[in-house]
Structure formats: structure tokens, C-alpha cells
Design a protein around this ligand. Structure first.
Ligand code: DGY
Length: 294
């Protein structure tokens, strides 16, 4: 009996590739595949699905976010979409914490300073930062990663405020010392943090984005940071990823990471294994996968 065919859009960890190869034939084109494993960098729209052909039954997205996929087009064409929740929750919350702490304690700024070999010696008022302890952290998005981030900041003595779907953001933004974004990117959350909302934040506040770049108006953010209307930003994701707004690059009060939220080996393997489970469910067992999105 021939194995169902699967196309993988990019390199995956060897363990994941082996697991796929154990049950499926890996093919170089999605046009020959019953299932495809997609990265968040692949746009799966109606044209993609049309080009793939009617034999495609499942898109297993190697990410929890599915904003790269036109879910309505998939639904229309009867293509199942799965994602990779839970296994990356802690890793992503850790990156949010890392950005907060790096920013508040000026670690990346200090790292650049040391590497420039500027003259320095310990002195009491040199490069003072802020403790996370005691800060009010507004967490926008009360899903798994938002709740985990809340738990972690609480362990540092900060006060988390979880803002779910119906929260009055305009009222909450002005109270926060740190605003951390944990919403999926949808039509409703695109530019959720725009120039108007940035202006509602305290000038001493910082913004953390580990969700998706377009949730923030990056040009408005650069303007706010440059004018002193906002004290800092920690970004793991970008509006036009991988391009980063040039006006952010020269700022010392910005920590920039290259989309590392889920980037630990064990997390990436666990995400891959969820993709394998979903492929097996649809292509071998004829059932709906556990992590079905549509
Ligand atoms: C996701 O899964 O959506 C992250 O952004 C990348 O792992």
C-alpha cells in the first residue's frame, strides 16, 4: 500500500522529518500532496489552495498563529487547518519576560556599550534601570500565552492585569507601566495599538510585542519612542517581518529579537509532533485532528 503524500514548506528538525517520513511519502510539491506542513512565512490563500489542487486535505501549520492562512478559503474548499497550541506557551511567555527584563535593566543597551569598548568603571549612577517588581503589567489577550505571562510576571512581584476580548483598553492603557501583547492577528487586532492608543500610555511605559507585528502600527511606535512619548519597546515580531522599521534600529531604548518566541529545540520538536499527529488524523485515520482550527 502506498503512503499518503506530504509536502513540507521549509526545513524542520530532523526528529520531525523522521516522524513524517515514517508514515508518509515526503514530496517536493504541494501539487502532489494530501497534506502540507506550512511555516508562518507561507501565505496559504485561495490562490495557493487552487494551485495545490483538490487532493490537498490538510494544512498543518507549524505555528499557533494562523494569520498566514485564509481560513475562509480553506473552509470553502473543505481543507482542514491545524495549529500547534500549548507546547509553545511557556517558551513564548519566557520571551515576553526576557524582553521586559532586558529593557527595564538595559541589558542589550549595556551589551552594545561594552562591545563598543567605551571607557567605564562601576559607579553608583551609571546606567540605572527599573525593577520589574511592583510594576503594573497590562496583558492584552487572555489566552494561554497571556495567562502564562501573567503568572510569570506575578512571580517577579509585578501586578498583572489581564485584558480579554471585552476589556476597555483605552481606560487600562493609561494605568500600565508595561503593556504586553498576546492577541492573535485578525482583522480586528490589526493596528490594535496605533498612534492614538500609544498616546494613552504613560510616557514612562514600555510596550512588549511577542504576538504578531501588525498588531502594532510600527511607524507610530517609532515616532512615539523618538519623541519621548513612550519610554521603550521590546519586540519579537515586526509589521513587515523580517524588515524592521529603520527608525527603530538606532534607538537604545528598544530591544529587538528575531521572532524567537517558540525558538527552543524541544518546543520546535513538540510543535512538529503536533503537525505529525494532525497529518495522521486526517490522512491515515480519517478523523478531525485534535488541534483543528477549521
Ligand atoms: C507561532 O507559533 O505562532 C509563533 O509565532 C512561532 O512559533
Amino acid at each position: 500500500m502506498t503512503s499518503p503524500r506530504v509536502h513540507i514548506s521549509d526545513r524542520v528538525p530532523a526528529e520531525v522529518e523522521e516522524a513524517i517520513a515514517a508514515s508518509f511519502e515526503i514530496v517536493p510539491s504541494v501539487r502532489d500532496a494530501g497534506g502540507v506542513v506550512t511555516m508562518l512565512t507561507v501565505t496559504v490563500d485561495d490562490a495557493y489552495l487552487e494551485d495545490a489542487g483538490p487532493q490537498l486535505k490538510i494544512v498543518a501549520n507549524y505555528a499557533v498563529g494562523v494569520n498566514n492562512i485564509d481560513l475562509e478559503a480553506a473552509r470553502r474548499r473543505g481543507v482542514i487547518v491545524s495549529n500547534t497550541p500549548d507546547v509553545l506557551t511557556r517558551a513564548t511567555a519566557e520571551i515576553a519576560l526576557t524582553l521586559m527584563l532586558s529593557l527595564l535593566r538595559r541589558v542589550t543597551e549595556g551589551d552594545r556599550f561594552v562591545r563598543r569598548q567605551e571607557p567605564w568603571q562601576f559607579s553608583l549612577e551609571f546606567m540605572l534601570g527599573e525593577r520589574l517588581e511592583g510594576k503594573t503589567v497590562l496583558i492584552i489577550g487572555s489566552g494561554r500565552i497571556g495567562r502564562e505571562t501573567a503568572r510569570l510576571v506575578e512571580a517577579f512581584g509585578a501586578v498583572p492585569v489581564l485584558a480579554g476580548r471585552d476589556a476597555d483598553l483605552d481606560a487600562l492603557l493609561g494605568e500600565a507601566d508595561i503593556v504586553s501583547l498576546h492577541v492573535p492577528l485578525t482583522a480586528g487586532t490589526s493596528h490594535l495599538i496605533d498612534g492614538r492608543r500609544l498616546a494613552l500610555m504613560k510616557p514612562s511605559a514600555v510596550l512588549i510585542n511577542t504576538a504578531r507585528g501588525p498588531v502594532v502600527d510600527e511607524a507610530a511606535l517609532a515616532t512615539a519612542l523618538r519623541s519621548g512619548a513612550l519610554a521603550g519597546a521590546g519586540l519579537d515580531v515586526y509589521e513587515h517581518e523580517p524588515h524592521v522599521n529603520m527608525r527603530l534600529l538606532g534607538l537604545e531604548n528598544v530591544v529587538l529579537a528575531p521572532h524567537l518566541g517558540s525558538a527552543t529545540r524541544d518546543t520546535r520538536i513538540a510543535m512538529g509532533m503536533l503537525c505529525v499527529d494532525a497529518l495522521k488524523a486526517v490522512l491515515l485515520e480519517g478523523r478531525t485532528p485534535t488541534n483543528v482550527v477549521v
